[in-house]
Design a binder for this molecule. Structure first.
Ligand code: PA5
Ligand code: NI
Length: 186
């Protein structure tokens, strides 16, 4: 039972997905031009730089009610100007569906934003558990110097709605300035 002896949680999660049909995707800097604030710093970076990768396990058909989906996201360490690498962030298409995120490795911030654009954050660390209520956009920011890995579980009929975040963004940004982490609110 070698898999059990391995102490890395990362390994355990990966192991449980073995033999399952996993769909993997990678988001590169070129996919995220609108996301980052500093356009000059952005244009100096390699557009082929990966920002995060996601492995998803969909045990039932998309949009079917009653099932659950599972995702494992890894955000690379990095910054554009002072702004940390992060996920695009989204609301759920089926607005009032919730989700769990949990930290596996590395450190970061989970940013929430409700429909009135009120934002708040929770610290993501190894073993942290986060409940994302319905009607709440969610984005994860890697504030550390190593890869940030986290798990996600959401209803199979939730759907991802990127539209409003792509257009209007979150009302807060997380940047590093003079070695300090600061949150810039809109
Ligand atoms: O379903 C989720 O919320 C996650 O699995 C995310 O899709 C994943 O972390 C990638 O983020 P985003 O979908 O915002 O690009
Ligand atoms: Ni989600």
């Amino acid at each position: 039972r070698q898999g059990i002896i391995q102490s890395s949680k990362m390994f355990l999660v990966a192991n449980r997905l073995e033999g399952k049909k996993v769909e993997s995707s990678i988001r590169y800097l070129s996919d995220m031009e609108a996301v980052f604030m500093d356009k000059v710093a952005f244009s100096a970076l390699d557009p082929q730089q990966p920002v995060y990768e996601v492995d998803c396990y969909f045990p039932v058909a998309d949009n079917k009610s009653g099932g659950l989906f599972f995702g494992l996201t890894r955000i690379f360490p990095g910054k554009v100007g002072g702004e940390f690498f992060m996920t695009k962030g989204h609301f759920h298409s089926n607005n009032d569906t919730a989700e769990f995120y949990w930290g596996i490795k590395g450190k970061g911030l989970l940013l929430f934003m409700d429909k009135t654009r009120k934002v708040w954050a929770e610290e993501m660390t190894e073993g942290s558990v986060h409940y994302i209520p319905g009607n709440t956009a969610h984005r994860v920011i890697n504030t550390g110097v190593e890869m940030l890995s986290f798990g996600a579980c959401w209803p199979s009929d939730a759907g991802h709605d990127y539209g409003s975040i792509e257009k209007e963004g979150f009302s807060a940004r997380v940047v590093e300035k003079d070695g300090k982490l600061i949150i810039i609110e809109e």
